[in-house]
Design a protein around this ligand. Structure first.
Ligand code: UT7
Length: 336
């Protein structure tokens, strides 16, 4: 019933934005950011497209897996910051990697996107008899939708990408739990492109369609808006809930997991979630200090770094667990 990770890769843009750098445009300080979030610096793209970052990570994962990209049957790309409305980023990743035989689609479950995508890959590989491998890519440029005048959110976000090549293995460990609470949509959102149809009616354009529609103006009108406290509260409950539900499905005690790889949103969220799962922080893979929150890329970046540093070893039972805008939550348990 399981999923086997054959190889992982990640790619970060070169530019690093430190906490002190923010002092040039908002009133903040390194101590506040570090103690409230655990973040010291984050990578920021300076013009390269989101797909480019994803393609770099994908190539690295394919190399680590040692497979022929022509044997990839599915490419799923996760992002909240795609370059194009169409084509899908996954099609561009296919073009860039030579995964010529793959079906391609994009998935948006915000910061839980990578876990959702791994689960979709698992289901696809399990039911598609001729399928061999799936490539799951998460690429994010949150700097494109960050309001750098909002000091409570802009210090959180960074850019980055990561990928994994997976195969179905009937004997491997696997369980998952995915969920969402759409009533929490208003707590974290970013508006899509301008509505530009020549048939648009003024009255409908002006109508308040949601309880979170706001008349955002100017340069940052399309940027993320969040109620940090609400998201924080949701996250500390949702991650343990998802992990416990996934573990229960296969009768696994959370204490028998070797590593938890949580979404890297705030070190205090991770600490509280670990406490709620009655697990020590030693079991958590944490890299938030150097990356900040990179949305759906955060879990696979942490996974790739832990694999490459030896923190996660073959045979380790791991749980990928995330939450995000939507609000969404997801956990997947597998053996590395
Ligand atoms: O992928 C999911 C994405 N989102 C999240 O995970 C967000 C989850 N929420 C959080 O991580 C936290 O709520 C934040 C880090 C966003 C905020 O932390 P907080 O402990 O909830 O702080 P707060 O909003 O209650 O603000 C405390 C104080 C306020 O000042 P006053 O009103 O007490 O005088 C803020 O104005 O800290 C102030 N503040 C800052 N001070 C210095 C807010 N941002 C900053 C800042 N630098 N950057």
């Amino acid at each position: 019933m399981g999923l086997h990770i054959l190889g992982t890769g990640s790619y970060m843009p070169e530019k690093i934005l430190t906490n002190d750098d923010y002092k040039e445009f908002i009133e903040t300080n390194d101590e506040w950011i570090r103690t409230r979030t655990g973040i010291s610096s984050r990578h920021i793209a300076t013009g390269e497209p989101t797909w480019y970052m994803g393609a770099q990570a994908a190539r690295s994962a394919i190399e680590a897996a040692g497979i022929d990209p022509a044997d990839i049957s599915l490419v799923i790309d996760t992002s909240v910051t795609h370059d194009y409305a169409t084509p899908s980023t996954s099609c561009i990743i296919q073009r860039e990697t030579g995964a010529v035989n793959a079906a391609c689609f994009d998935l948006n479950a915000a910061c839980a996107g990578f876990v959702y995508a791994m689960d979709m890959a698992h289901r696809f590989l399990k039911t598609e008899e001729t399928a061999k491998y799936a490539l799951v890519v998460a690429n994010e440029q949150l700097s494109k939708i960050t309001n750098y005048e909002d000091r409570s959110s802009c210090i959180l976000f960074g850019d980055g990408s990561a990928a994994a090549v997976v195969e179905y293995d009937a004997n491997a460990l696997y369980s998952s739990h995915l969920g969402a609470d759409g009533t929490g949509a208003k707590h974290l959102f970013a508006k899509h492109t301008e509505y530009n149809s020549p048939f648009a009616e003024e009255s409908k354009l002006k109508k308040k369609w949601h309880d979170f529609e706001e008349d955002l103006q100017g340069r940052f009108a399309h940027c993320m808006k969040q109620d940090g406290k609400e998201v924080y509260r949701f996250a500390t409950q949702a991650m343990p809930k998802a992990a416990k539900a996934a573990a229960e499905k296969i009768g696994l005690a959370l204490s028998s997991l070797d590593k938890i790889i949580p979404h890297q949103a705030n070190i205090r969220i991770i600490e509280t979630a670990m406490k709620n799962m009655k697990l020590s922080m030693e079991k958590a893979v944490v890299n938030i200090k150097n990356h900040g929150n990179t949305s759906s890329a955060s879990i696979p970046i942490a996974l790739d770094e832990a694999v490459r540093s030896g923190e996660i070893k073959r045979g380790d039972k791991i749980c990928l667990v995330g939450f995000g805008a939507g609000l969404t939550y997801a956990a997947a348990i597998l053996e590395y």
